[in-house]
Ligand binder design. Sequence first.
Ligand SMILES: Nc1ncnc2c1ncn2[C@@H]1O[C@H](COP(=O)(O)OP(=O)(O)OP(=O)(O)O)[C@@H](O)[C@H]1O
Ligand SMILES: [Mg+2]
Length: 257
Amino acid sequence: MAAGAPVPALRLQGVGRRFGALQALHDVSMEVAAGERRAILGPNGAGKTTLFNVVAGDFPPTSGSVELFGTDVTRLAPYARTRLGVCRTYQTSQLFMGLTVAQSLFLAIRGASGGRFSPLRPKPDDRSRVRAAEIAEAVGLAADLQTAVGSLSHGQQRQLEVGMALAGSPRLLMLDEPAAGLSRAERITLTDLIKRLPRDITVVIVEHDMDVALAVADRVTVMAEGTPLVEGDPEEIQSNRTVQDIYLGHAVGGRHG
Ligand SMILES: Nc1ncnc2c1ncn2[C@@H]1O[C@H](COP(=O)(O)OP(=O)(O)OP(=O)(O)O)[C@@H](O)[C@H]1O
Ligand SMILES: [Mg+2]
């Protein structure tokens, strides 16, 4: 990197990930600038979630390197990456349906601060209460703090998952298909809250829904078969022939999950 060049939030060089005979990721090199909103599009099985797992540290890549904010984290455990500011949501819900919104946020706050993770006895201090209220406000759930998670709409549950990721005070927030299965109105609510996040949070969002991805993203990376094929701003992506062929033709309206 040139002297004085800004340090990217995320830098992947030649990343590969193999599962037995399957090459799930292949030669992935990309940089996401600090403060950027990057969408990652691609058909089912393209390797999008695997990419998140490699960045979050769920497992190491089998080749290449991962840098977060200028630090090589290729061999670091997930908690060490969380400490560097990486927080993520999962494609499938990780919520406890029996807890309230407030209790869920307390747990996430406590987990992020290294406290013991106990869904049975969340005993929040005043700071956690204030923080939970702030996060609930940021994700549009201020009026639902005492609502049971299981009673929230699907869209509100997705909003809560973003909130739980925010509890870790992320510098890099990775959202894995946050709008999957949402109604149009719910997608707009979620899109708006992502757009309102402060720019000191870099956001990488995996999204099948073109409207959500293009509304949120400054830049878009389109993956297929484990590797990035095209990168550009939303207008370039929309008019790109390769993208129309490999993505639009297959994935819109395709299955989620
Ligand atoms: N832990 C794993 N063990 C074995 N194979 C895996 C594992 N995780 C992912 N794969 C395989 O790697 C490939 C990429 O999967 P991945 O989940 O990253 O795709 P994706 O782009 O997120 O797809 P989707 O849009 O369906 O979520 C798939 O063929 C998948 O079956
Ligand atoms: Mg996925």
